[in-house]
Structures are given as C-alpha cells and as structure tokens.
Design a protein. Structure first.
Length: 414
C-alpha cells in the first residue's frame, strides 16, 4: 500500500511489539535473545530513541505518544532520527537501516538521505531482520519444522499480541521471508526426494531389462543387487569426500545405475550363454569370454574420466570424480561380487528360466502334460477276470485248468 493508505504511525506499536516478541529467547523458534540476538528494524530503532531516558538531540521534542497519534509528527521525527543521528555504536542510522526501508520515487524526485520519506517519496514496505541461532546447513526435516513454527507465529501468534489485536486487516501484506534459509531446506528436500525416486525407478527398470535380456529372473535379481550396492557405495564415497547434496550431486546419483549396469549385464549374459552345466564351469567360461572385454571397456572409460579431475569448473570436476568412482566400483563388484555369487548360487538347468516357466504354464493351461512325466509310485489296480464280478470270480493261477499246450511233465508252455 502507498504511504497514506499504510497509516504506519497508528500501526507502529504493533510493529514494535512484533519485533520485541520475535527476538525473545526461544528454543522452538531458534532465537538467542538480547543482547546478542536482536531484531534490526528502523521502527524498533526509532522506538528506542524516542523512549530513551537519556535521548540524543531531539529538536522536535519527539515522543512516542505524540508520534503514534499524528502522522505528520511521526514522519518528521522519524526522518530526523533516520538522517541526522547515529546509533549507540556511532553508525549513521541512514546507512544502517536504508536497506530496510523500501520506498518509491514519485515524479522526478531522487531518493536521497534528505528525503527518505515525504510527499514525493512513498514507502512501500518496511523490513525487520533477525538472525537465528542455526545455519542454513541445519537438518532438512528440522529446518522445515522450524519454517512451520515461524509460519504459525506470523499467521496466528502475532495477532494475539495486545497492540496487534484487530490490526490484521490493516497489515495485510505482513509475511516472513529468509535469505536463503527456509528456501534451501525445501530445495534440499526436493533434491533428496528426486534423487531417491530416480534411483528407485532406475533400479526397477534395470531389473526388468536384465531379466528380459537374460531370460532368467535369478540373474536379474543378483545383477540388480550388484547395481544397488554400487549406488550405495558411490553415495557413501561422496559423503566421505565432503560433498553436499545439490543439483549436480542429485544428477550424478541418478546416473549411477545407468552407468553401472553395463558390466554386470555383460557378465550375466556371458553366464547365461555358457555351455558348461555346472556353476563353476559357467563362471570360468563367463570370465574367459566376456571378462576381458569388460575390463578393457572399463579401463578406457576410467582413463577418459581421469582427465576431468583437473578442470577449475566444479561441474566438470565433480562429474569426472563421480564417473570414475562409478565405473571403478561397477567393475569391482561385477568381477568379484557377481562372479562369486554366480559360483555359489548361480542358476543351473531351468532354474529361473522365465521362457521355460512360461512354456510350462501354457501347457498347464491347455491341459497338457510335461514332456517327461515322473514314474508314479501308486500301484495299478488289477482288472477282474472275465466271467464274473467281484472277488468271487477271481481265481488263483493254481485254480486254472491245465493248458492245452503242455510238456511231457504237464507244465504249461507259454
């Protein structure tokens, strides 16, 4: 609002009480309290001057009661204090507070110390600064909680102060902002969420693609676990060397699954296509046929990324370090972790073969049987002999009449 609509002389008591309440010591709002942690505001500085028992020169006989009662008196006294006096430390008030009074020049009038506020200089808004006892590197979740505490203070608690009750409509543009503070907390929270969601999506896609490429769900699971271990190790390495999560680090973390899938995917395909029937034989064949190519490709990428260690531009340097760490760890876990797991738990025969399982499922759905059926352990029932039903019509071989074809001793010849 413009100067006359703002009526800052009548709202000054509320603004002063806001500043005094904001600077009180509070562990919840992370304020240290006077004298070290105080609000810097021209309104509060002016209030201290006119209410001081030992004031500086006061040619206009300014008092707090007269200033808040009349707009002209308030403007005259405030401008005099702003451009003519110094604070207790000898700092010129205008130089100390000019960044906290935002005014607009009307017409051709230039904004100078001699006309801070007047008929042609329209104040648009006033600011008050308060430093908290925490830095912007504060914990993200606690920082967002702190933001909610200050929002509660600005939207609810302030208007319960005695001088501010009923003033909410007269101060409609009152709000809290930080530099950079709370914005940083929310940016960090978004970066963390985006990084983890990107990694999660990359791992899911890697599992699906590896399973389809190898036709084996066991290979897909083990290879995806290897990639996940690489991601966690790279993240731990970045913390160890002192990186903080920012835009570039978030991008690097999302790229890690894509860069680390190459080597373990080649080894998984080599294991799957091996001609040996036992695990160890297939691992030896895998390393002999594919391992050399994997190592050669990794060393070429490591050599290329090593040149990015030296640029002065932070983006290229961090990208080179991240790529070198990702490729090196990917090669390490592919050759040692993945190969060791395959030698111990690698699939054999039709274990984990999704094509075999699908064919078997199709045969089951069609009512067919497997190509090789196991022998049944249930005895086949004996059919009764012709001529009767039940056990009465069944006779032992000894009860049968002699055969027409018998030898000299009366033994039947079959």
């Amino acid at each position: 609002p413009v100067f006359k609509e703002f009526a800052w002389h009548s709202n000054a008591p509320c603004m002063v009480e806001m500043c005094l309440d904001a600077q009180k010591h509070s562990t919840q709002r992370k304020t240290g309290g006077p004298p070290e942690w105080t609000v810097q505001s021209p309104i509060l500085g002016f209030y201290y001057w006119v209410t001081s028992t030992n004031p500086q020169p006061n040619p206009h006989n300014c008092t707090w009661a007269a200033a808040i009662a009349d707009e002209v008196v308030f403007t005259t006294c405030f401008v005099y204090w702003m451009i003519s006096l110094n604070d207790e430390a000898g700092n010129w008030n205008y130089a100390k507070y000019k960044h906290l009074v935002w005014s607009e020049e009307a017409g051709d009038v230039e904004l100078t110390p001699n006309n801070v506020i007047g008929d042609n200089i329209v104040p648009r808004f006033l600011m008050a600064e308060l430093k908290l006892t925490v830095e912007f590197t504060y914990d993200i979740d606690l920082g967002m909680t702190l933001f909610n505490v200050w929002e509660q203070w600005a939207k609810v608690d302030v208007w319960k102060l005695p001088s501010c009750q009923g003033k909410q409509d007269q101060l409609p543009f009152f709000h809290i902002t930080t530099n950079p503070g709370f914005n940083y907390f929310f940016v960090q929270d978004r970066l963390v969420n985006e990084a983890f969601s990107g990694i999660r999506l990359s791992l899911i896609l890697a599992f699906v693609i590896l399973t389809i490429a190898t036709h084996n769900i066991v290979l897909g699971i083990v290879a995806t676990i290897a990639i996940a271990i690489v991601v966690l190790t790279v993240m731990g390495f970045s913390v160890m060397i002192g990186w903080k999560l920012g835009m570039l680090e978030s991008i690097i973390f999302v790229m890690v699954p894509g860069m680390s899938v190459d080597y373990v995917a080649h080894l998984a395909e080599g294991y799957n296509n091996a001609h040996a029937t036992d695990r160890k034989g297939r691992v030896k064949e895998m390393l002999g046929h594919v391992g050399v190519s994997v190592v050669s490709g990794a060393f070429s990428t490591l050599g290329a990324s090593a040149f990015l260690f030296f640029p002065s531009i932070d983006f290229f340097r961090k990208f080179g370090i991240g790529m070198f760490a990702t490729i090196g760890l990917s090669l390490l876990f592919a050759l040692f972790y993945f190969s060791a797991i395959m030698a111990i738990l690698g699939p054999q025969g039709h274990t984990g073969d999704i094509l075999y399982l699908l064919k078997k499922l199709v045969r089951k759905c069609k009512g067919g049987s497997d190509p090789v059926q196991p022998k049944s352990s249930t005895p086949t029932p004996v059919e009764p002999l012709p001529g009767g039903a039940g056990m009465d019509s069944m006779r032992s071989i000894g009860d049968l009449p002699p055969s027409d074809t018998a030898d000299a001793n009366g033994n039947s010849v079959v």
